[in-house]
Write a protein that binds this ligand. Structure first.
Ligand SMILES: *Cc1c(COP(=O)(O)O)cnc(C)c1O
Length: 374
């Protein structure tokens, strides 16, 4: 027999208030308003697809009736060899998304602050809120990461600082000295999570030193992903590295079989095909430079590409052509890009670097729209 409900008893399960306050993540779209398929340059996927070796490995991944290796041993060994990291200091995640959430969950909770920069990756707000912590947003400088502002936003309640470098959606990047200064300015009990989802696109000459910092400091976690340059977004594979104690905590709370059979097999094959990675980086560097040059030529129309070290460009529109009209106009040309009013950027459009032909078509369309809007 159940007790009769009294007036104070809710008539349904009550979500935790911090969960009810979350705005669900908005993924990049692949269709227009009327459902027609569009060329998708809205989610920073690899226009070259994925490595042929990874595709082949998917068909040969193993016995689907069996659980996968819970510790992704072969994959961690391959990653460790590639990056010079002991496999014990690597933890795999169902995308780096899982790891970002686990980092917040392990080190922050109700009453704690989680700090990140304005226009930071939208998952940080969700990661902070879902463990009951308070997201604190530090001001940017011209859309970029401002280390002093980040440090100034830290309070005695701060437990975690998230920094994407390069950042999404801005493409901005801070160098080794700035990262070192940020780390040096944080209390040792604050976890600094450096999200390097786009690190492989960055010229090695301007490496931000995050992996070296994760190898030596006790409070730095670096996350990486197979979703971007490796072209395996559909397989959901990410990894993190840091002090053994940090890796241990994430291992305790991750899903026990978080990487599927095909996720492990395809990522392992992808690690073995660094030629594909290099070709993807070269393509991106070349096409991004060409695209930025064509946008810079539209400066007198109030079109401004922001500096990007990633596989996308954020464009600010301050002239007669608005970001919204450009977004809708590109849809008429068959392209879906990312307009960002939901992230406080109604004046901006984020466009993923696609193939050379796609970038030519988009640059021409934007030039034509900017010209006729004036
Ligand atoms: C795309 C992206 C990720 C990757 O997420 P996955 O879960 O690994 O697909 C992480 N951080 C940032 C900043 C990103 O843009």
């Amino acid at each position: 027999m159940t007790e009769p409900a009294n007036a104070a008893t809710p008539d349904r399960p009550q979500p935790k208030p911090w969960v009810a306050a979350i705005h669900a993540y908005v993924p990049g779209k692949s269709t227009g308003a009327d459902g027609q398929a569009l060329i998708k340059l809205s989610a920073n996927e690899n226009p070259l697809g994925t490595s042929a070796a990874a595709q082949a490995a998917r068909h040969d991944a193993g016995d689907q009736a069996r659980y996968p290796d819970p510790d992704s041993v072969a994959l961690r060994q391959a990653l460790g060899a590639l990056h010079g990291i002991a496999p014990q200091r690597l933890v795999m995640g169902t995308g780096s998304d899982e790891l970002l959430n686990l980092a917040a969950q392990a080190y922050a909770g109700p009453g704690d602050d989680v700090v990140y920069v304005r226009y930071g990756f939208s998952v940080y707000d969700i990661a902070a809120r879902r463990c009951g912590a308070m997201p604190i947003v530090a001001p940017d400088t011209d859309y970029g990461t401002d280390v002093d502002a980040l440090l100034a936003a830290v309070t005695p309640a701060t437990r975690v600082v998230f920094l994407a470098n390069p950042n999404n959606p801005t493409g901005s990047y801070i160098g080794r000295d700035a990262i070192a200064r940020l780390h040096a300015g944080l209390r040792p009990d604050i976890l600094l999570v450096i999200d390097q989802a786009y690190a492989e696109y960055v010229d090695a000459a301007v490496d931000d030193g995050a992996l070296a910092l994760a190898a030596s400091a006790t409070n730095v976690l670096v996350t990486r992903t197979f979703s971007k340059i490796y072209g395996l977004a559909g397989e959901r594979v990410g990894w993190a590295t840091g002090d053994a104690a940090l890796v241990d905590m994430l291992n305790r709370i991750r899903g026990p079989f978080n990487l599927s059979l095909s996720a492990q097999a395809t990522a392992l094959a992808a690690v073995g095909d660094q030629e594909f990675v290099a070709a993807s980086r070269d393509h991106n560097t070349r096409e991004r430079a060409r695209f930025v040059a064509s946008l810079t030529a539209l400066g007198n129309h109030g079109v401004r590409p922001l500096p990007s070290e990633a596989n996308f460009v954020l464009i600010e529109f301050t002239g007669a052509l608005t970001a919204q009209s450009a977004y809708l106009g590109l849809m008429d040309h068959g392209y879906i890009t990312r307009w960002l009013p939901g992230q406080g950027l109604p004046q901006c459009l984020r466009i993923t670097i696609g193939t050379a032909a796609q970038m030519d078509e988009i640059a021409d369309a934007l030039a034509q729209m900017a010209g006729s809007a004036a």
